[in-house]
Structures are given as structure tokens and as C-alpha cells.
Design a protein around this ligand. Structure first.
Ligand code: HXC
Length: 510
């Protein structure tokens, strides 16, 4: 019996040793942790239960039968994060460069299937060289099985991908179909084809970092939702993110104890909006003053900064925030901002997370760049996402809500449940001067007349009251009372139910 037990321990130790000491040391030298070290940090202490540590590849091509390493380049299992079940797989770069074989893929989709059965989130840690070249089509088949499951799980359980090393070829598409992608700065990169192929095909010379580093995907492509300095910071932030997310689409948002009074008034908000309507102010100040304990998990902070998205809590429950940012491009809606916010709104709606929208938007960004880039279709995504949302929608207009952007930003007309405005709100088709120069074109040469008419227009139309008179705005509220009014609205909406017509699926303008 003792022998048998020892043998088990031996086999476990062999699996835990991964690709061996030298490769582990190389991993550490690059500033990266190993797959198991990462999982230990991600999960509550001692909670990780590993699956399939004895699985080996079955390939006999290119002499592969001589090198089998238990675990086969991926560590899979489940554990808890602050007591809540989470499934995970972590690619082990020390074993065949974390490359995906048939057996490796089977380990991943087994855990995907388990996560779906248990209706709990799944998180994948990527650090790998793509398809196991020696396995050829068997590896491609494996990827396909993983992709299909990503899609089936989409909107049912939260799926998070964290890129902590190379992520190329077949490895990029699974993250792309999950809800969130995060990266570690300087040690991770993500691209479909690497620098060598790029050089051969297009003659461009780029480094891996320039092609697909964290700086590219958090600022240019918008593929990544955030990046962190190192593995430790990244994994601790993933724990924080998971605390905001429901376990699945039917579980409802998690509730954490909060010591922040929902009635808390913030007098400083009364002077947040400057007297000059063209002067910017930081909308994040409003978000931070409204959420519990100032705790806001911002997504895509460095991409399309003219709109802010992220999670906070009110009365201990998760809320998704969308806010135009007057500090960047005056808060205008452009292609990137529309895409960013649309994706976020759809995530919240899929998982039953209420959405609070802060509006200060001068309209959509004009120009050939935007029109040629299909601003119409991208703007429509945001309009579509909000119109389709059946979760509680609370909207507060702080200043400008002009033109089509007024309709788009969770207005009453497309499904806003509770729509408030601050006294500084200006809800109109466009700014006063632009409006006067169109309707009184004949007076354009007469500056005095134009000024008088502009003032008349401002007094009549650039206020919240024209909309409030029609019931498009439910109340004009004191800025200082914003948190309390939102909290009450969300409490009232807790049991909200809206039926949508039966259909196979909608046809979102992609
Ligand atoms: C098998 C691989 C591998 C792979 C790396 N290794 N990638 N083994 N299949 N795809 C092995 C190496 O042989 C090496 O083994 C170990 O992992 C570490 O790799 P190194 O090259 O020494 O590391 P490094 O210099 O850090 O470079 C990492 C890398 C590079 C940039 C990821 O290994 C690389 O370019 N790999 C190939 C990437 C690739 O072309 N993948 C296929 C993509 S096609 P030893 O034993 O020496 O430690 C694809 C199509 C799928 O994925 C499409 C599905 C839709």
C-alpha cells in the first residue's frame, strides 16, 4: 500500500515539475510565473482542485513518442475566488511552449463543459506558441472544439482571457470570443500572424510588441480591456473583476456588504459642471462619487477615452456604468466609443447587470474618416444594444444631450426606465448657435441679431425643462443627490421584467 501511495506522489511531483527546472527558471527570468503559480495566486488559498494532471499527448510523429510530459502543457481545474466557484485553465509555457495538442485541447474543453454544467465563470491564462506543430490537423480540430464551446457559453457564463506571454495563431480566437481580454505589459503579445510572416507577406518590419503588445491592444485595436504591470498585479485584479460578475446569466448580481450610505450627498457635484458649456470636466469624478466606497473597475481605460465604461456597486450590488467623457473630444460619439460602449452594454444585459448612463454628448463625430469607417453601422450598434437591453436602465443627463446621440444614450424612447437630468442639462437637436445659423440663415451677416436669437434659443431650448415638460425626463435632480436617486431607482427596478418577442436571434449591425 505504501508503495502505491508513494507512486502516486511521485507521479504528481513529475506532473508538477512541468517542463523541468531549467525551463521554469527561464520562465521566471522573463518576469513570468509558471501556470501553477498563477493559479495559486488567482484562486483562494488552497482552493484549487486540479483535473487531468496525468494526461499526456498521444502523438508519435517527429519522435514525439519519446517526449511525453504529464499535463501536456495546460493546467486545468477549478477553485474559488472570495468563496465563489471559478473554473480555470492555464497554459504551461514550460511544456512544449504551451502549444495545443489534441489531448491539451481535450483538457480545456472538459473544463469548459464543467463550467457550463456548474454555471460558473471560466478564466483562461494564455502563454503559448499556438498549435502543436507536430500534431497538425489534430491540433486544429482541438481548437475548433474549444471555439465552439466559447460561443455556446457566451452570454451564459462569464468568460475571461488573460494573456501572459505569447498568444498567436490558433490561440487568439478563443480569447477574442470571450467577454474580457487582459494583458500583462511587456511580457505578452497577441497576433494572428507573427513578425516573420508579416515581413514575408507585406514587407513590413515590426517587433512582436509593436505588432501585438499590450500597448497596441489597449489603445489601438481595443481588443484588450486592460493591461497590468506584472503577473501578480494582473491576477489580483482578475479576482477584483470576478467579484463584480454574476456566476451566470440567471444568478443575478453578487451582493457584497457595503458600509457606504446610499443616501450619501456629494455637495461638490453641484459645481462639477462649469458655467461655460464648452469647458470640459472629468465625468469619472461623478462615477467615483456615486459608486460604493469609490470602487470602480474601469474597462478599456486607454481606448476610446471619450466614453467611460466599467463596473461599480450601489448598495453592495454590481452596476455597469457608461459615461460620456467631456475631457476627451468633448465626449463625442465616434466609431471606437460606440463599439466600446455597445459591447459593454450587451455584456451587462446578457448577465442581468443594471446599467447607469451619464450623458454629456455633443453628438456623433463628423468627418470622412468616420463616415468611411462606417460610423453609421458602429453608432447603430450602441443604439441597438441599448434598445435591446431589458436590464434596469437609469440615465442621468448632466449637460449636453444633442441630436441622435440624445436618443442613443439610453433615452426614455429606447427603453430608459428612469431618466433624470441635472439643472445644467441641455437637451436639444444641436447647440444654440448652430441651430440659429440654420433656421435664421438670412441673418448670418448680422452678428447682433444672431446673438439675440442665440440667447433666445438657449433660454427656451437649452435646458432640461422642454424634455421634462414632455415626460422624457422624469425629474430634474440636484447633482448632490445623484447617488441617492440612482440607488432608489435601482431598488425600485429590482424586479424589472420585459418580454421580447420570440426569435432565433436578432441581427445586430456588425
Ligand atoms: C510545438 C512548440 C511550439 C509549437 C513552441 N514550441 N511553439 N512546440 N508546437 N507551436 C516549443 C519549442 O520547440 C521549445 O521547445 C519551447 O516550446 C519554447 O519555445 P522557444 O521557441 O524556445 O521559445 P521562445 O524563444 O520564447 O519563442 C516562443 C514563440 C516561438 C515565439 C512562441 O516558440 C514560436 O514562434 N513558436 C511557434 C509559433 C507558431 O508558429 N505556432 C503555430 C501557429 S499556427 P524546447 O523543447 O526547446 O523547450 C496555429 C494555427 C491554428 O496556431 C489555427 C487554428 C484556427
Amino acid at each position: 500500500m505504501k508503495d502505491i501511495l508513494e507512486k502516486l506522489e511521485e507521479r504528481r511531483a513529475r506532473a508538477r515539475a512541468g517542463g523541468g527546472e531549467a525551463r521554469i527558471e527561464a520562465q521566471h527570468k522573463r518576469g513570468k510565473l509558471t501556470a501553477r503559480e498563477r493559479l495559486e495566486l488567482l484562486m483562494d488559498k488552497g482552493s484549487f482542485e486540479e483535473f487531468d494532471m496525468f494526461v499526456e499527448h498521444r502523438s508519435a510523429e517527429f519522435g514525439m513518442e519519446k517526449s511525453r510530459i504529464p499535463g501536456d502543457g495546460v493546467v486545468t481545474g477549478w477553485g474559488t475566488v472570495n468563496g465563489r466557484t471559478v473554473f480555470a485553465f492555464a497554459k504551461d509555457f514550460t511544456v512544449f511552449g504551451g502549444s495545443l495538442s489534441e489531448a491539451h485541447a481535450q483538457k480545456i474543453f472538459k473544463i469548459q463543459d464543467m463550467a457550463m454544467k456548474a454555471r460558473a465563470p471560466i478564466i483562461g491564462l494564455f502563454d503559448a506558441g499556438g498549435a502543436r506543430i507536430q500534431e497538425g490537423v489534430a491540433a486544429l480540430g482541438g481548437y475548433g472544439e474549444v471555439f465552439k464551446r466559447n460561443v455556446i457559453a457566451s452570454g451564459v457564463i462569464p468568460q475571461i482571457s488573460v494573456i501572459m506571454g505569447p498568444c498567436a495563431g490558433g490561440d487568439v480566437y478563443s480569447p477574442a470570443m470571450t467577454d474580457f481580454v487582459f494583458m500583462v505589459r511587456d511580457t505578452s503579445y497577441m497576433f494572428v500572424t507573427g513578425p516573420d510572416v508579416v515581413k514575408t507577406v507585406t514587407n513590413e518590419v515590426v517587433t512582436a510588441e509593436e505588432l501585438g503588445g499590450a500597448s497596441v491592444h489597449t489603445t489601438k485595436s481595443g481588443i484588450a480591456d486592460g493591461s497590468y504591470e506584472n503577473d501578480v498585479e494582473c491576477l489580483l485584479q482578475m479576482r477584483r473583476l470576478l467579484d463584480f460578475l454574476p456566476a451566470n446569466n440567471e444568478a443575478g448580481v453578487p451582493e457584497w456588504p457595503s458600509h457606504d450610505d446610499v443616501e450619501r450627498e456629494e455637495k461638490s457635484l453641484d459645481t462639477l459642471v462649469p458655467d461655460n458649456p464648452n469647458k470640459p470636466y472629468d465625468i469619472k469624478e461623478l462615477v467615483l462619487k456615486v459608486v460604493d466606497e469609490g470602487d470602480f473597475f474601469e474597462l478599456q481605460e486607454a481606448f476610446a477615452k471619450n466614453i467611460v465604461t466599467g463596473f461599480g456597486r450601489i448598495a453592495g450590488q454590481s452596476v455597469g456604468f457608461v459615461a460620456n467623457q467631456p475631457m476627451v473630444l468633448a465626449g463625442v460619439l465616434d466609431i471606437d466609443a460606440s463599439r466600446k460602449a455597445a459591447r459593454f452594454v450587451r455584456f451587462c444585459n446578457a448577465f442581468g447587470i443594471p446599467i447607469v448612463t451619464f450623458v454629456d454628448v455633443p453628438g456623433f463625430l463628423p468627418g470622412t474618416n468616420q463616415e468611411y469607417g462606417a460610423l453609421i453601422a458602429h453608432g447603430a450598434k450602441l443604439l441597438f444594444a441599448y434598445s435591446q437591453a431589458t436590464v434596469p436602465l437609469v440615465t442621468v443627463i448632466t449637460r449636453k444631450a444633442f441630436g441622435g446621440a440624445y436618443d442613443v444614450m439610453a433615452s426614455k424612447h429606447i427603453g430608459g426606465d428612469v431618466n433624470y437630468a441635472w439643472p445644467t442639462a441641455q437637451i436639444a437637436v444641436m447647440g444654440a448657435k448652430d441651430a440659429v445659423e440654420i433656421i435664421f440663415r438670412a441673418d448670418i451677416g448680422d452678428a447682433k441679431k444672431i446673438a439675440t436669437r442665440t440667447k433666445e434659443h438657449e433660454d427656451r431650448f437649452l435646458s432640461p425643462f422642454v424634455a421634462a415638460e414632455r415626460g422624457y425626463i422624469d425629474d430634474v435632480i440636484m447633482p448632490r443627490a445623484t447617488r441617492a436617486r440612482i440607488a432608489k431607482a435601482l431598488a425600485m427596478l429590482r424586479g424589472k421584467r420585459v418580454e421580447m418577442p420570440e426569435r432565433k436571434h436578432d441581427n445586430l449591425p456588425l
